[in-house]
Design a protein around this ligand. Structure first.
Ligand SMILES: [Zn+2]
Length: 513
């Protein structure tokens, strides 16, 4: 549970602003530009492979790491890295930041956390065709690199239109396979599903297996927002493993979590299932954001899409309490935004169950009337101990699942929070482990070439940070506050972040899987 209606937003910015992009693209094309040579001296190099830090000098020539060691200054620009860490730029494997890249191409929210590459097209929702997204990025590059999955839900909508509340027919599945095949041939990183969302929720396992097989044929990856993260979490994990095993495809579980009170404390059991699958030869991995609360739609708490009192009572008792449900967006009545369900319940003088059902009904009525029924909520459902256990699994990497515009702080602080909380406060991760979970592990999981580790010859996507100061500041009360402690960020050898500001350079590129 996580997500702000991913099926609508990602492509809309790109599409609506496409014309504007054409006019500025001729003067704004900087993706080929690289910095002059650079030498970073005496830096704490954490290279992303997980091995121990070393003090070294690092020379960058063009867009690549040219040398690492005890280097002699040769007229290039020099940065004194004493006391600072230099690591590969962080890779956000589950991001919704693409939604604001056209409007805010400097992506300061990402740079202030050291993120240099984001992977979009998550939860079954992507731009179609991917080729157009790629073209738009190349015409008007942002400061960071972008990759995208092809979304199952988006493909399903293309093929089934508004008649999607049922299993697909064999003819429709064939049409989806054809479309997926085409999209994977034109630059997508892999295939994503959002089986807890419309329209993916109506698919049968066999449909997903058919599409995952096409993904396997392309040698690409399958990324899954599973069918359940609460009531039927274990069933959903089993379905995910079955899909991947039958299709012969590596699978990455999105934002892994135990989002139900009665599941708390069972993270080890979850990992046991995944370890068994790995033991049987399946490449299964996961990502996670370090917060006890998710963001999603109001309806996600009703997997049968039956909005009964009984289901609502269960949701508010087991999944998220009224004081733990914060309204992020509510188009039928924007004055509710920023308030909890408990508070709205008091305003309306109805009990929380009645209130919740009424809010859903009013949003659905507005949608039907075409007057904007958009909504999203932030729900508190997870236990800190489970997050720690899942984070420490050797195959879990860090992701944000965030965006620049929501009320959930994960978009502004997922990466920096790991250093503050898990490295410095609890000591659950070493600095090297934390960096590995944002870089080298992602390189292995996604099969990236030349990014994710810093070695001679690697692409110079890099972050320079103060290990004592690197900290998130975004909270539930003030979710859109930038992180501090990053001194510099380079993307494809070009400095994009300096003194807490964007340099204005936009060297981001399209990354294929
Ligand atoms: Zn998701």
């Amino acid at each position: 549970m996580t997500r702000t209606n991913p099926l609508q937003a990602p492509s809309i910015f790109w599409r609506t602003l496409f014309l504007g992009v054409i006019f500025v693209s001729c003067t704004n094309y900087q993706s080929g530009k690289t910095s002059d040579n650079l030498l970073i001296k005496n830096v704490i190099l954490i290279d992303g492979t997980g091995i121990n830090r070393q003090i070294a000098d690092v020379r960058i020539v063009g867009n690549r790491i040219d040398a690492i060691g005890d280097l002699v200054h040769a007229k290039e620009e020099v940065i004194d890295g004493t006391g600072l860490v230099l690591s590969p730029g962080f890779i956000d494997t589950h991001s919704h930041h693409d939604r604001s890249l056209i409007e805010y191409p400097d992506a300061i929210v990402l740079l202030s956390q050291g993120v240099t590459t984001i992977v979009a097209g998550q939860d079954g929702g992507s731009s179609i065709p991917i080729a157009r997204l790629k073209e738009e990025l190349e015409d008007n590059p942002p400061s960071v690199n972008l990759a995208s999955y092809v979304g199952h839900g988006s493909i399903r909508r293309e093929v089934m239109g508004s008649d999607y509340m049922r299993p697909a027919t064999p003819t429709e599945i064939t049409a989806m396979e054809k479309l997926l095949n085409q999209e994977l041939s034109t630059g997508a990183m892999g295939f994503s599903t959002g089986l807890e969302y419309d329209p993916g929720i109506y698919s049968e396992t066999a449909e997903v297996i058919s599409l995952a097989r096409i993904t396997a044929e392309h040698g690409k990856k399958y990324s899954s927002h599973m069918r359940s993260e609460d009531r039927d979490l274990f069933g959903a994990i089993e379905e995910t493993i079955t899909i991947a095993e039958q299709a012969g495809v590596p699978v990455h579980i999105s934002h892994i979590k135990l989002a139900m009170k009665s599941l708390w404390g069972q993270a080890e059991e979850v990992l046991q299932l995944l370890e068994e699958a790995r033991g049987n030869g399946l490449q299964v991995t996961a990502d996670l954001y370090p917060y006890e609360y998710w963001q999603s739609t109001m309806t996600v708490l009703f997997p049968d899409r039956e909005f009964t009192r009984e289901a609502a009572e269960f949701a508010l008792e087991e999944l998220a309490p009224p004081e733990g449900i914060l309204i992020d967006r509510y188009e039928p009545n924007p004055s509710y935004e920023g308030r909890t369900l408990a508070e709205i319940s008091e305003i309306r003088e109805t009990d929380p169950v009645t209130t919740y059902l009424a809010l859903i009904a009013e949003s659905q009525a507005a949608k039907k009337a075409g007057s904007g029924g958009g909504e999203s909520i932030i729900g508190t459902s997870m236990a800190t101990e489970d997050i720690t256990t899942l984070l420490k699994w050797p195959y879990t990497n860090v992701a944000s699942d965030g965006s620049a515009t929501s009320r959930h702080p994960r978009g502004y602080g997922s990466f920096s929070k790991i250093f503050r909380k898990y490295v410095r406060e609890t000591g659950d991760l070493t600095l090297e482990e934390a960096v590995y979970k944002m870089t080298g592990l992602v390189k292995e999981t996604l099969g990236l070439e030349g990014r994710g580790t810093l070695e001679v010859g690697s692409v110079a996507d890099m972050v320079l940070f103060d290990p004592d100061k690197f900290t998130d500041r975004a909270t539930q009360e003030a979710p859109q506050v930038l992180s501090i402690g990053v001194e510099g960020v380079w993307v494809n050898g070009v400095r994009v972040y300096k003194d807490g500001l964007s340099t204005g350079a936009r060297p981001g590129r399209w990354i294929e899987g």
